[in-house]
Design a protein around this ligand. Structure first.
Ligand code: PA5
Length: 325
């Protein structure tokens, strides 16, 4: 592996995921945000700053006591009323969609998570609490922070019980898994070398499939897609007759209900086989984070195997620059 390609040390940031989980808990606690009961929690953020919301919703699953929704766009639905909490998540603090949601959420209880930028300036002026993130990351590398902040804010606004102990457990477990997960990632990256992967999850692993897609897009600068069971079995399953370059990768939860496990087996059989990976760990947070780690490492190895610096996102940067003109 040519590590010179990794000009900004993305591999180290991926492997530091457990440190990020613990630090995120500390950062939320240090922000001293008063608990208050809300009708629900809406989390607004794009790309690397939005995926943590989806992962948090996956971790909560049926444990959420009030609605927790991820919003990716310029506006809020009318049902996000003044009795809701809105978490504005932008690593840079300068993402136009998230700034538009800041305005749209003016009548709600707002909380900001960011490193700075316009969003933090606005929050300071409006005396809105800010959970500060450490600088110097790619936004997508701060996924552990984004996920834990979303979970802790859900607890602060009464949308779910605190999962602090689960997060601490995941932070303690992951270091012992990193080397084995990295070995598996290298093997999968080699298998996917000339393929367009379609990542497929279910329940806890559905937002992880989305994360894997985004990481392959951004780290490896390659096309990738995602999907989820059981919906896959009601339409997409018919589309795999000609597999050409597409490679299905099933992300399976070791503790998934029997019917979902059966569906993965049968679906793999019907479509002519799939690469299959499984969660490690016990709690939902451990299991989800074990697959986030695996996917991040797969995307990293795909990048360096292709001779791509995993930090580079030229198309995304070009589009942002042209939007500013
Ligand atoms: O990974 C990335 O760089 C992007 O997906 C960004 O997260 C996205 O464009 C939003 O920017 P920010 O995270 O600064 O709000």
């Amino acid at each position: 592996m040519n590590l010179d390609l990794d000009s900004t040390g993305q591999l180290g940031e991926i492997r530091d995921l457990p440190v990020h989980l613990s630090d995120a808990l500390w950062r939320v606690e240090s922000a001293s945000i008063a608990p208050s009961r809300s009708a629900g929690l809406a989390i607004c953020g794009m790309g690397g700053s939005g995926v943590g919301a989806s992962l948090a919703i996956g971790v909560l699953g049926e444990r959420a006591q009030r609605p927790v929704v991820a919003l990716r766009g310029y506006s809020l639905p009318a049902w996000v009323g003044e009795d809701w909490t809105v978490l504005l998540s932008s690593y840079s603090g300068n993402t136009e969609e998230t700034l538009a949601c800041w305005d749209a959420a003016a009548s709600t209880r707002r909380i900001v998570v960011s490193t700075g930028g316009e969003l933090v300036e606005r929050a300071r002026e409006a005396r809105v609490p800010v959970i500060p993130l450490p600088g110097g990351f790619q936004p997508r590398a701060a996924v552990g922070y984004a996920t834990v902040v979303a979970l802790e804010v859900a607890a602060l606004c009464g949308a779910a019980a605190s999962l602090r102990e689960e997060v601490e457990g995941a932070a303690a477990l992951l270091p012992s898994l990193v080397d084995a997960v990295d070995g598996e990632a290298r093997e999968l990256a080699a298998v996917l070398k000339d393929c367009v992967p379609v990542f497929c999850g279910a329940g806890l692993t559905a937002p992880v499939a989305y994360r894997w897609k985004c990481q392959v897009n951004e780290n490896a600068n390659r096309a990738a897609f995602w999907s989820e069971l059981p919906e896959f079995d009601h339409n997409e399953i018919e589309g795999w007759g000609d597999r050409s370059v597409l490679a299905p990768v099933f992300l399976e939860d070791a503790q998934a209900p029997d019917r979902i496990r059966r569906r993965f087996d049968l679906t793999a059989d019907v479509i002519g086989g799939a690469h299959r990976v499984t969660t490690r760990g016990e709690t939902p947070t451990e299991r989800l984070m074990s697959l986030v780690l695996l996917g991040d490492l797969v995307s990293f190895h795909l990048a360096v195997n292709d001779g791509t610096d995993p930090v580079a996102i030229p198309a995304l940067q070009r589009l942002k620059a042209e939007l500013c003109d």
